[in-house]
Design a binder for this molecule. Structure first.
Ligand code: IPM
Ligand code: MG
Length: 368
């Protein structure tokens, strides 16, 4: 059988730095576990714009459609702020999500014991936290038409459209229910049905899918603003949260901080199964390109490394190897190894990106 294939799109800012640590782990998997990937690399975001005048070339898009999984670093940076909207680095990422039809975005927020003191919330609120936000990723206000900046009655109007079809809601709801069955068996759906028709439809369709196919899973509904409040008040009440593209963007950043640092959080974006049975998939850290620390070797590579672990689990059915990587991260944190973002007010000596990667490799070696 052919080796599983990976396309690495490291992107901008700290993207290449954190991805370098993932590459070490990919090599380790080949050397020590006999799991060899066919790895190709390409450009995305500002890096692709600099080379080709577009944040994603058609050739890269085509390659992304062929491989078993895409690993993405981060896109964007102040250098590109003035670019026309159509060629901004973020457009490259959004095109990948849309054209690969990666409708289900899994964003786990897990609090590692060693970091529980470091959250901005009280330790008992976050210790042991393990929730999964399932964010719809290919529709909603991110893609709805009409959109644009128009002139009306002598002034400019900015327009975006929140639009969801029943089938778009139903498929992401199914993916949340399926996940819940393998976790705590609870789904909380979040929208704004009190002010938005798309929210009313969202609530109706989630309820219908639940009634028809998933009555064994506990379902609740919350307005997204109340959900944000509850996430900060008592996050452990949640297991799986399913929500739309924009609310999911906001709620997942908020959830990330519960765990101590945005530098810790991985994500998986999954679509329909391909011919080989694997889902179309892209894996990326939830954090961005962090231009303020880019190029300094300071970034925390853990979110990107845990994203690769998610690839092992969700694309390649290698749950045991995924757990091995996650345990290695846990071990390193328990040993007190910290990048700058993981140092609390009491300070300490941070390690750099590459030292963090090496510590995780050492923990992997120790796991054999
Ligand atoms: C995310 C990011 C992206 C988004 C940006 C970079 C386009 O914030 O993945 O959460 O808004 O979806
Ligand atoms: Mg975001």
């Amino acid at each position: 059988m052919a080796n599983p294939s990976l396309l690495i799109l490291a992107g901008d800012g700290i993207g290449p730095e954190v991805m370098a640590e993932v590459k070490k782990i990919i090599t380790w998997m080949g050397d020590k576990r006999g799991i060899t990937f066919d790895v190709s690399e390409d450009l995305v975001g500002g890096a692709a714009y600099d080379a080709h005048g577009t944040p994603l070339t058609d050739a890269t898009m085509a390659r992304a459609q062929e491989v078993d999984a895409v690993l993405l670093g981060a896109v964007g940076g102040p250098k590109y702020d003035k670019l026309d909207f159509s060629v901004k680095p973020e457009r490259g990422l959004l095109r990948l999500r849309k054209e690969m039809d990666l409708f289900s975005n899994l964003r786990p927020a897990q609090c590692f014991d060693a970091l529980a003191d470091f959250s901005s919330l009280k330790k008992d609120v976050v210790a042991g936290l393990d929730i999964m936000i399932v964010r719809e990723l290919t529709s909603g206000v991110y893609f709805g038409e009409p959109r644009g900046i128009f002139t009306e009655g002598g002034e400019r109007v900015g327009i975006n459209t929140q639009r969801y079809t029943e089938s778009e809601i139903a498929r992401v709801a199914r993916s949340a229910f399926e996940l819940a069955r393998r976790r705590g068996n609870k789904v909380c759906s979040m929208e704004k049905a009190n002010v938005m028709e798309s929210g009313i439809l969202w609530r109706d369709v989630v309820t219908e899918v639940h009634q028809a196919e998933y009555q064994d899973v506990e379902l609740s509904h919350m307005y997204a603003d109340a959900g944000a409040m509850q996430l900060c008040r008592w996050p452990k009440q949640f297991d799986v949260i399913v929500t739309d593209n924009l609310f999911g963007d906001l709620l997942s950043d908020a959830a990330a901080m519960l765990t101590g640092s945005l530098g810790m959080l991985p994500s998986a974006s999954l679509g329909a199964p391909m011919a080989n049975g694997r889902p179309k998939a892209m894996y990326e850290p939830v954090h961005g390109s962090a231009p303020d620390i880019a190029g300094q070797g300071k970034a925390n590579p853990i979110a990107c490394i845990l994203s690769f672990a998610m690839a092992l689990r969700y694309s390649f059915d290698m749950g045991d190897e995924a757990t091995r990587v996650e345990k290695a991260v846990e071990k390193v944190l328990a040993d007190g190894v910290r990048t700058g973002d993981l140092l609390g007010p009491e300070g300490g000596t941070p390690v750099g990106t590459s030292a963090m990667g090496d510590a995780i490799l050492a923990a992997l070696d120790a796991s054999l």
